[in-house]
Design a protein around this ligand. Structure first.
Ligand code: GTR
Length: 353
């Protein structure tokens, strides 16, 4: 794989003097800081107060699944901000591993959230709709954005919308920690596409997530930016400048000047687990660049003596599933999507680790 990585001008995540997990954790903080400062903006602060109120409970799938709707209420800058989350779990007496899913919709089940199959395999899910946090557009008065900016201008390193959605995933995690049926050590944050970018940032900034899963996250998610095909920085920053901080705009057409590449975001999960899934026809996201990012991040696991990305010495082909190391991976045949097949791969991987 060396020749492919050389073509991409891969920057080493590693710096001299880090050989243990503890030394890497300091480096990790610098990496997360860099990604926030230059790309996504710093996440909003932890709320001054947080509370949870259950508004409904029902049974689904002939009573096999319990679905609760909860309102999370936070106080931020002295002002209240609330949003709904959905907590689905199988009826059980034992502690459950669980997903925090940042979703496009608030429906449960949903086309991307086959709750019956996930619960059947012994996992719970806490999901929420990203638009219940703040709108997916340049309106910085809507929802959480309005609370944070209060009509003021953003500083160049202040949060864009991805960082706000990631903040909400951490609030869902705050809720999970209050639920005795959920195993706090087995939390995985997951999202698809723009929300796959968000899941990686949530995992990078909140170490309570044991694993982060990015499904088809592409540009500014799992995929390397340098020499990427399909969407690039110019296209994404033109279409969705609100996803990022203002500092990021200076890298349009200047990928080579970035002081990092997206494998830094993957490496921010070390020594925890991270999973990248791609779809073979998703050329906009660029599966090869997603794969090479995993190859590049592998180095960091290797340095601290952990198995990182275990894969054959070739580019991926549809049907590949690599679950052995700390970086999980699969390339499904088909289009840009998050479907039941992906979920079964994720659960297979989590069950091994
Ligand atoms: C596209 C965008 C991608 C991807 C996708 C999505 O329009 O170019 O970066 O995130 O949206 O979120 O569905």
């Amino acid at each position: 794989m060396k020749e492919f990585l050389e073509e991409r001008n891969i920057m080493p995540v590693w710096q001299d003097g880090c050989y243990t997990i503890d030394e890497y954790l300091n480096r990790r903080r610098e990496i997360v800081d860099l990604l926030c400062f230059e790309e996504y903006g710093y996440l909003p602060p932890k709320p001054e107060q947080i509370s949870f109120s259950e508004v409904s409970e029902k049974e689904l799938f002939l009573g096999k699944v319990i679905l609760k709707k909860i309102i999370i209420t936070t106080t931020l800058n002295g002002k209240p901000f609330s949003f709904p989350i959905y907590h689905s779990m199988p009826k059980t007496v034992k502690k459950l591993p669980f997903f925090v899913m940042i979703n496009f919709r608030d429906s449960v089940p949903d086309v991307s959230l086959p709750i019956d199959e996930i619960c059947e395999r012994g996992y719970a899910v806490i999901s929420f709709c990203y638009k219940d946090i703040t709108s997916d557009d340049g309106d910085f008065n809507d929802g959480l954005a309005g609370i944070i900016y209060d009509g003021q201008k953003r500083n160049p390193h202040d949060c864009g919308k991805i960082a706000m959605w990631a903040w909400a995933a951490s609030r869902a995690m705050d809720y999970a920690l209050t639920i005795p049926e959920l195993d706090s050590g087995k939390a995985t944050v997951i999202g698809h596409s723009r929300l796959g970018k968000t899941a990686l940032l949530a995992g990078a900034t909140d170490e309570r997530f044991y694993c982060a899963i990015s499904n088809n996250s592409g540009c500014c998610g799992a995929a390397l930016s340098r020499n990427k095909v399909g969407e690039n920085l110019k296209i994404i920053c033109n279409a969705f400048p609100h996803w990022f901080c203002e500092n990021f705009m200076k890298y349009v057409d200047r990928e080579m000047d970035l002081p990092f590449d997206q494998h830094f975001l993957i490496a921010a999960m070390v020594p925890r687990k991270v999973y990248v899934s791609s779809s073979s026809e998703d050329l906009w996201a660029d599966p090869v660049s997603e794969y090479l990012s995993c190859c590049a991040a592998d180095e960091v696991y290797a340095k601290i003596g952990m198995e990182g990305f275990t894969h054959p010495n070739r580019l991926p082909v549809a049907g590949d599933v690599f679950h052995q190391g700390s970086i999980g991976y699969h390339l499904k045949e088909g289009k840009h999507s998050l479907i039941s097949e992906d979920w079964h791969h994720f659960i297979d991987y989590l069950n091994i680790h």
